[in-house]
Design a protein around this ligand. Structure first.
Ligand code: TK8
Length: 339
């Protein structure tokens, strides 16, 4: 096709002539970082993105600018991940669970009841195992910087208090777009349907689904209490968020610029975890105040649910690899004072 060839030639010529000018322009124009996230600005996620943005702007003397874009205005997690990989967006924070389709090792964090408390979560996520999983991202076109806390997930629904896993019967439950979550809740007897977070409020409001599961903070900041009556304290899994960067874009940054982003990520992580834990500590009382009916599961019923869910562990171990699975179990045993 001679026409295409001519266009290509012209484009190449333009690029050659334009490049010295571009280099100059870059010195003057700040680097713009479009940082997308799924929750509202008034959420633990929104507040921490702001801390990140402020640090980057300050540390770079205004040479790097973060445009924080919340409420999934750039699309749900999976869409933003593709935009990062393609280089159309620079950064995002989202659930590790929605990354499993890209990096299968991320499924490790979806293991039901993997962590007993946030101290264990921090130790594993910030330690060699968390790093090992994160280091699988660059080959897929993403760079992972830090894990933030989404939190321990709890169940809400509009039908009945869930006291035991048999109560899941007949509940249409939204889960994240992830096979482990799907399998986990099917195992418990729910009618589980995968759906992006951005569609969830409306789906609950119109009763397209009866329930969902998320940490207290999100139930509060996303106003799920307006459309959900029952909250059952299940703490069935700890969910991390992960801050990721487009590798295509990252590779164009100077070492100094990369360091600014890495430092800001750590500062935002420390802020975010503290903020999230403080908010979670009060959230249950807040949700009660908003009219939610809250029930705890008895230790016996929690144990039964836990037992039932071990059925999915084999799938997870196969997906993430037996070595990584065993290494994680050993690290947890060590943390817990075992041998
Ligand atoms: C926000 C989501 C959310 C997650 C979910 O974009 O989808 O339920 O818990 O935090 O990543």
């Amino acid at each position: 096709m001679p026409n295409i060839r001519r266009t290509l030639l012209a484009a190449t010529a333009c690029a050659v002539f334009a490049s010295p000018m571009l280099a100059v322009a870059q010195d003057i124009k700040p680097r713009l970082i479009r940082f997308g996230y799924g929750l509202n600005e008034q959420s633990n996620q929104g507040r921490a993105v702001k801390v990140f943005a402020d640090h980057v702007e300050k540390a770079s003397g205004g040479k790097m600018k973060v445009r924080a874009i919340g409420a999934a205005a750039l699309g749900p997690d999976t869409q933003m991940q593709q935009a990062l990989i393609g280089g159309a967006q620079e950064m995002m924070v989202g659930s590790t669970a929605t990354l499993v389709g890209i990096t299968k090792e991320m499924a490790l964090w979806d293991t039901p009841f993997l962590f007993n408390n946030s101290k264990e979560a921090d130790a594993i996520l910030d330690g060699p195992i968390g790093k090992k999983v994160m280091d699988k991202l660059p080959e897929k076109g993403l760079v992972g910087l830090v894990y933030w806390e989404n939190g321990f997930r709890n169940l809400t629904n509009s039908k009945r208090p869930v006291q035991k896993f048999e109560d899941f019967e007949g509940i249409k439950l939204r889960v994240m777009q992830n096979n482990v979550f799907l399998e986990s809740f099917r195992t418990l007897g729910a009618n589980a349907v995968p759906m992006p977070f951005s569609e969830l409020f409306t789906a609950l409001e119109t009763k397209t689904v009866d329930g969902q599961e998320n940490p207290y903070n999100t139930i509060l900041s996303s106003k799920f209490y307006e459309v959900q009556k029952y909250l059952s304290v299940t703490n069935h899994v700890y969910s991390p968020w992960i801050v990721t960067v487009s590798k295509k874009w990252w590779d164009q940054l100077s070492k100094d610029e990369q360091k600014i982003l890495r430092d800001a990520a750590v500062i935002s992580r420390d802020f975010e975890r503290k903020d999230t834990r403080e908010e979670a500590g009060k959230a249950l009382a807040d949700l009660k105040g908003k009219g939610m009916q809250i029930n705890e599961l008895s230790p016996a019923e929690t144990a039964r649910m836990r037992d039932k869910l071990t059925a999915v562990n084999a799938t997870i171990a196969t997906n993430v690899g037996m070595d990584l699975w065993n290494e994680t179990q050993a690290a947890l045993a060590k943390l817990r004072g075992g041998k």
